[in-house]
Write a protein that binds this ligand. Structure first.
Ligand code: HEM
Length: 579
């Protein structure tokens, strides 16, 4: 579809480039357009073959007829979402969608008078209905039978080269009579493995004994990584002196979150057999828009995504080839998944590809959110003072951290940390919930046809000025202190909703707050007087301050937005006495 779209775009734009208006100017300065003709290069052949005029005229009339019919028809169907007009048939808004999806949706919403009624954008061969009204969003999440998610998962699996047979098994609903392939995990509702996997995630990651146990493992992995003696990895250290260390904040967040999560899920063996998995993952993550947009294989290869993906899969292949005794410290979820895959008869290569997808979901958001949270802390000294005091109070006199104090929705003892968490999620989460219209239904009183796709772009909800004020696009943690239950507002959906609500949200909060807690407990943190490009007060003014890293709005991801490539904060850590 992508190739077809590009081909059509090339043909149409070439045809239009050849067409020029022949403008004749009168002596009095007025002018008129005599005809539409092809440019001088083609003019002789046009004179020789006048019938070409007819062809061109037919093309233009057909084009105008198509455009008028297409978008009038949309206006004449008041019970369906209105379609955002576009110029090129077949191509639709594909290029804008790939170039800067956020800006495209902003433009379309304003085009329809900012009424927040559902509207349609055609791109990449599909009709996408965009839902931006918080009430309609709740309706989308409620209608989980008519609006499903499986097709997106299946499309992504193709991008991970997962075979058709494997995909068939993953989505196969076991026969309730017990005949045919069944799953190993108790499955009273006879769900497909895809659906049951999410249940497993929920069981492992919901607050309770399993999450508590995971929290202890996370802490055992994270605590040593933040000690003065060990916190000098080459990946992030820029300068090391006796009493301070300068580090790249982004790289520290990457290393500490990825190492911790991988230890928590896969045990120590993954690091041992795949020491470069973090680099392979980060490269893949940066280019993962190729998978999201379903670029053809050759283009993904050209851009480097396929190589990074293959390297990551090869790392996991080595891990799953190890005997079970060598990775006995893996967690319950990975253990359960592997048992299911083996039960379905999948070989280790297919298992590695499937787990590469899980690896992506587990890792893509946490390091980015940690990065933005620390950036926001460094920008606001009042917020930093309060959060530091709150998090330091979670340690006992021996320096032991109380994991449970860090989690839970209430966190009433830590209002500033909670405000930092929510506000950073609100401002930096640019993901969308994507649903497929499995059976025709309605949302916001408008009819959605079977086969169409529904998108809930969180940025449209999170930057809603009616809920978050006229400066909704700015970081303002105070609103979380001033407004009760703001996190329950239907316009705040950083983890999606309904059946597909993110099951990893409690773990994410636990591990991210834990990393900030150790950072602030063990160190005094400040921005260095020079930035990541080496510019300093000497080069610029005496009041030099590092520029806040910018959000990269143009590359879509599956959650928290990345920083613009090359943007970072360099931070100085001074050891405190507690360590
Ligand atoms: C700050 C961190 C995170 C953010 C912002 C985030 C966000 C999201 C979002 C927006 C969705 C899609 C929801 C929808 O379609 O309505 C999602 C799904 C999911 N997330 Fe997260 N997530 C985070 C961390 C995690 C972690 C740490 C894990 C696992 C350890 C995880 C596991 C999942 C899974 C398995 C799904 C798919 C659920 C399904 O298909 O039903 N997430 N996440």
């Amino acid at each position: 579809m992508f190739v077809l779209t590009l081909a059509c775009f090339a043909v149409i734009s070439t045809a239009l480039a050849l067409l020029v208006f022949n403008v004749t100017t009168h002596a009095d300065g007025s002018y008129y357009i005599t005809a539409i003709c092809v440019n001088t290069w083609y003019r002789p052949s046009l004179q020789a073959r006048p019938y070409l005029w007819v062809v061109i005229a037919i093309l233009i009339v057909s084009y105008l007829a198509w455009r008028i019919r297409r978008f009038r028809a949309s206006r004449n169907r008041p019970l369906e979402p209105q379609e955002y007009p576009y110029w090129f048939p077949v191509v639709g808004h594909t290029l804008s969608m790939m170039w800067n999806p956020q800006r495209l949706v902003d433009r379309a919403r304003v085009y329809f008078g900012d009424t927040r009624k559902p509207f349609t954008i055609s791109a990449m061969g599909h009709r996408f209905h965009f839902i931006t009204n918080p009430k309609d969003v709740s309706e989308v999440y409620r209608k989980s039978n008519a609006l499903t998610h499986d097709i997106f998962l299946s499309d992504l699996m193709t991008q991970f080269n997962i075979s058709r047979t494997t995909r068939h098994f993953v989505f196969l609903q076991p026969d309730s009579s017990g005949r045919g392939p069944q799953l190993v995990t108790p499955n009273p509702s006879f769900k497909s493995l895809a659906r049951l996997t999410v249940d497993m995630f929920r069981e492992q990651l919901a607050p309770g004994p399993k999450l508590h146990r995971l929290g202890e493992i996370t802490m055992a992995s994270l605590e040593p990584l933040t000690r003065w003696a060990t916190m000098k990895s080459q990946w992030y250290t820029i300068r090391e002196e006796d009493d301070y260390r300068d580090i790249s904040l982004l790289r520290w967040c990457q290393e500490v979150m990825l190492k911790t999560a991988n230890r928590t899920f896969f045990g120590k063996a993954l690091d041992r057999v795949a020491p470069k998995i973090m680099n392979h993952f980060l490269r893949f993550d940066e280019l993962s828009y190729c998978a999201l947009f379903q670029f053809p294989h050759c283009l993904s290869k050209l851009l480097g995504m396929t190589d990074a993906q293959d390297a990551m899969t090869a790392d996991l292949f080595r891990y799953f080839n190890l005997p079970l005794v060598e990775r006995s410290d893996r967690n319950w979820l990975i253990d359960q998944q592997e048992a299911e895959f083996i039960n379905l008869g999948l070989d280790t290569k297919e298992i590695a590809k499937l787990v590469a997808m899980i690896f992506w979901v587990i890792n893509t958001n946490a390091y980015k959110l940690l990065f933005w949270m620390v950036c926001n802390l460094l920008l606001d000294s009042i917020l930093r003072q309060h959060v530091t005091a709150e998090l330091r109070s979670c340690f006992d006199e021996n320096g032991n951290l109380d994991v449970d104090a860090l989690t839970g929705r209430d966190m009433s003892a830590m209002p500033f940390t909670n405000a930092l968490w929510h506000e950073t999620l609100r401002v930096t989460n640019s993901a969308s919930s994507a649903r497929y219209v499995a059976t025709s239904t309605s949302v916001g009183g408008l009819h959605l046809r079977k086969g169409d796709r529904v998108i809930v772009p969180y940025r449209q909800l999170h930057y809603n000025s009616q809920v978050f004020g006229p400066s909704a696009f700015e970081f303002n943690f105070k609103q979380w202190l001033e407004t009760d239950d703001l996190d329950r507002n239907p316009s705040y959906r950083p983890f999606g909703g309904g059946l597909w609500l993110c099951p990893g949200r409690f773990l994410a909060k636990q591990e991210i707050c834990m990393a900030i807690a150790y950072l602030l407990y063990r160190y005094d943190v400040e921005l260095t007087p020079f930035d990541c490009h080496g510019s300093s007060a000497q080069d610029k003014s005496q009041n030099f301050q590092q520029a806040m890293p910018r959000m990269d709005e143009s590359s879509p991801g599956i959650g928290v937005v990345s920083a613009v490539k090359g943007d970072d904060y360099t931070i100085r850590l001074k050891k405190r006495d507690q360590d």
